[in-house]
Ligand binder design. Structure first.
Ligand code: UDP
Length: 485
């Protein structure tokens, strides 16, 4: 009734979301912010001008969901205007500049929050200073980092046993015996662990996953070993129902929705391999060449996303394609066997098409949980960060994917690498999933089942839906308690 609604509005929480400036952090946290707004809480996302512009086209802004912008310090760090996301980095030097600029956002954000204090702040863990700010204002803080809880459990266990740079080891103390074949770089682990320490001081962590995929055993393990609360509210991407909503997630796609859909519509069910390595990863040409050879040799249809941001704008047409074997485009693209998307692809829209058969992924958590939500099995190719742990969850624990055999754990996704994954390994992994056979059928069946579980979790009565109700109730209790004091 009208009265109930008014009462609901009156009691609504004012929540600020501060997403980090990288698609893998921004996209899921803004979808989660939208979930809170759909429950009629008063949500404000704090970000910078060019991110605000992208978001304005991607999320449903209204009286419950607003954006507050703070200036991006381009000039202070020597970046051109409009470069406001880690995904724009083309080399290590401008990656560092963009990172540095994000640390300079503290004063203007802090100023705004102090002038207009909310009931709660949800911030990315890459803004650890929010801890002090929330304490000062005596408001609850939830943290977010875009990781699976499984990966956080693995990171914590590796830390507790100092297992850095050992080539192969079993992660101790986890509910499953997880054997690693690559060593986490010490520098990365140090950074992540310091940031996680601040996460554990928050009132809880929001996880873009559903509890069935991380598994109750890992949620229990996390809560027991860290004493910290985890809220599984995902998969965030499932908030997007229509083709348009899926296509407009993140940045502006370089292909038209119509073109992409009609290409997919013309293909049989489960026949297309989708290849994408997220928003940050840049492979050297020789690796791209091996991928091209591997997928061509597999004989399967494909959509391959290759970032168009090599930073060499004066590159000639010939140089641009030098990572493709001779005649590749004539043989494959011409025959409608494959599509190469050079730049941002409408990933969630592609993954949810029935023509999709498998996803070759770098195991970034968003890509992983998006594939799971769509019931698509994976070919795992982790590159950096916590991706090697995600691979284990997908292939060893839940058995919804096969490995390509990547063993080089880099510090970033950018730049030269020592090892190349060869065309034979790529062909073999693609065939293992897409040629059919008992093993492939089983993996596909499990993947479909997890897709159903993901959708169920996000629906009314499902685990994530219930968790969202619970976290809102909890925050209201904290606020009301404070009001009474
Ligand atoms: N993404 C997309 N189109 C692209 C590349 C990436 O829509 O061409 C989206 C993808 O759906 C995911 C996010 O960008 O939501 C990437 O996050 P992920 O955690 O997978 O990897 P990261 O980019 O952080 O390495």
């Amino acid at each position: 009734t009208k009265m109930d609604m008014e009462e609901g509005e009156e009691k609504a929480l004012t929540i600020y979301f501060i997403p980090y400036l990288a698609p893998g952090h921004m996209i899921p946290l803004c979808d989660i912010a939208t979930l809170f707004a759909l429950r009629r809480q008063k949500v404000t996302i704090i970000t910078t001008p060019s991110n605000a512009q992208i978001l304005g086209k991607s999320i449903p802004l209204n009286q419950h969901l607003r954006i507050h912008t703070v200036p991006f310090p381009s000039h202070e760090v020597g970046l051109p205007d409009g470069v406001e996301s880690l995904s724009a980095a083309t080399d290590l030097e401008n990656l560092r500049k963009i990172f540095q600029a994000t640390t300079l956002l503290q004063p203007p954000i802090q100023h705004f929050v102090e002038q207009h204090p909310p009931d709660c702040i949800v911030a990315d863990f890459l803004f650890p200073w929010v801890d002090e700010l929330a304490n000062k204002l005596q408001i609850p803080r939830l943290s977010f980092n875009g990781f699976s809880l499984f990966a956080i459990c693995a990171i914590e266990s590796v830390k507790a046993h100092s297992l850095y740079e050992s080539a192969s080891f079993v992660i101790p103390g986890l509910p499953h015996s997880i054997a690693m074949n690559a060593a986490p770089p010490k520098q990365m682990s140090d950074l992540l662990e310091a940031l996680l320490e601040t996460v554990f001081k928050s009132n809880g962590i929001i996880v873009n996953n559903f509890s069935e995929l991380d598994g109750e055993e890992y949620i229990e393990h996390y809560e027991k070993t860290t004493g910290h609360k985890a809220w599984h509210l995902g998969p965030a991407s499932l908030i997007r129902r229509t083709v348009q909503e899926k296509a407009q997630r993140g940045q502006q796609s370089v292909v038209s929705v119509h073109e992409c859909l009609s290409w997919l519509d013309s293909k049989p069910d489960n026949s297309v391999l989708y290849i994408c390595f997220g928003s940050l990863c840049l492979f050297p040409d020789k690796q791209l060449y091996e991928i091209a050879c591997g997928i061509e040799a597999s004989g399967h249809k494909f959509i391959w996303v290759v970032p168009e941001k090599k930073g060499k704008e004066d590159e000639s047409e010939e140089e641009k394609g030098k990572w493709l074997p001779k005649g590749f485009e004539e043989r494959n693209i011409g025959k409608k066997k494959g599509l190469i998307i050079r730049g941002w692809a409408p990933q969630v829209m592609i993954l949810s098409h029935k023509a999709l058969g498998a996803f070759m992924t770098h195991c970034g958590w968003n890509s992983t949980v998006e594939a799971v939500s769509a019931g698509v099995p994976m070919i795992t190719w982790p590159v950096h960060g916590e991706q090697f742990y995600n691979e284990k969850l997908i292939t060893q624990v839940r058995r919804i994917g096969v490995v390509v055999g990547a063993a080089e754990w880099s510090s970033t996704g950018i730049g030269e690498r020592e090892k190349v994954v060869g065309r034979d390994s790529i062909e073999k992994a693609v065939r293992r999933l897409m040629d059919g056979g008992d093993e492939a059928e089983k993996i596909k069946k499990y993947a479909r089942e997890f897709g159903d579980k993901a959708k169920h979790a996000a629906q009314e009565g499902g685990s994530s839906h219930r968790n969202l109700t619970a976290v809102i109730d909890d925050l209201k209790i904290l606020r009301d308690r404070k009001l009474r004091v």
